[in-house]
Design a protein around this ligand. Sequence first.
Ligand code: HPA
Length: 349
Amino acid sequence: MREKNIKDGTPRWRPEAFSTDHGRGVLFAAAAAAAAVPGRWIGTGIESDADKGEEEGEGPDADTGSCYPHAMTERMTPDSIRAAADGFRERYRPGLIRGLLVAGSGLSLEVPGWEADEPVPLTEVFDFEMHELVGHNQTLTLWRRGGETLLVMNGRFHLYQGYRPEEVVAPVRLAGLLGAKVLIATNATGSLDPEMAPGSLVVVSDHINLQGSNPLVGDWGRDFGPPFPDMSEAYDSELRALAMGAAREAGFDAREGVYCAMLGPSFETPAEIRMLMAMGGLVVGMSTVPEVIAARQMGMRVCVLSLAANPAAGLVDRELTHEEVMDEGKKAAEKLRSLIGDLVGKVFI
Ligand code: HPA
C-alpha cells in the first residue's frame, strides 16, 4: 500500500496500510462494562492515568452500546489540525505561546504574574467527537502575561478511552503549531519500587512505550517534523534538574526514573509488573507517552512529573483500586500545585 507523494515524489505510507485498530476492539469490551456500572468521578488535583472510564453521566451510545465515542478520526487530518490552529489564533489572539501544560483534572493552578482567561472547551477547538462528561469538560485555558501565553490543558485524552493516537496528541499539535517550545505534563502512576512510598514524585528521565501504538504512524509522521525523530534525550535534562529542585522545595520525596506506558484500562498483572521491573522501569501508567513523542517530533522540550500513587500490582497483598489512586492524588494536590507554580516560574522566565 504505497503511493507516490504528489508534492515531492517520495513514497508515502497511507494510514489504511496499517492496522489502525489500536486496541479498540478490546476497549469496547471494557467500555460496555463501564457503561453497565456507572461510576463516580471526583476532581482530585491530579489526573489518574486510569480515571476516565468511570465518569458519571456517560450513557451508552445508542448505535454501539458503548459509552466511548466511535469512528472519531474521519474528519481529523494534518490539514484539519492546521486549520484548528489557524482558527484558534484568530479567535483567541494568544500572542506568543510559550508552552503547554497538561495538568490533572481539577487542579487549580496559580502562578504569580500569569492570569488565566475563561477555560475554552476543547469541543470548540477540535473537530472530533469527545466524551461528554457531566461537570468535567475537557478544556484549554490561556494564561497570559504581557504578550505571552501558556496553554493549560485540563482533562487529557487517553488511548484506553478509545481515542486514536492522533486525537490524544491533538492539543500538543495545536500548541506546537502555535509556537510552544515546552511541554510540561503530570500524571498518576503505580510505583515499581516497593521502597518508594505512595505520594512520592518521579521526574521522568526516559520511557518504555508498551502501548502498541505511536502517534506518528501514517501521514502523521510526515507533516509536523522528522518522520523518525530521535528520542535519545526525550526528557530534557535541564528541565529535569529544575523539576527535581522544585519537587523537593514543594516537600516531595523526589527521584528520577523510567516511565513504562501500558495501554490500560485494566491495571497490570503481577507478572507484567515483574517484567517492567526487570526492564528497568520505576513507574507505570497509561498516558503521556503519545504526547511526549508528538512534542519531540515538533522539537518541543519535555518535562514529565509522575505522582507515585500506589504500589504496582503484586507488590502489596491487596487489590488495586481506582479510589486508592484518586485519594493519593487528592492528598498530593496542594504540593503539586506549589511544584507546578514554582516550575513554571523557573522555566518561563
Ligand atoms: N498502573 C497503571 N496506571 C496507573 C497505576 C498503576 O498501578 N496507578 C495510577 N495509574
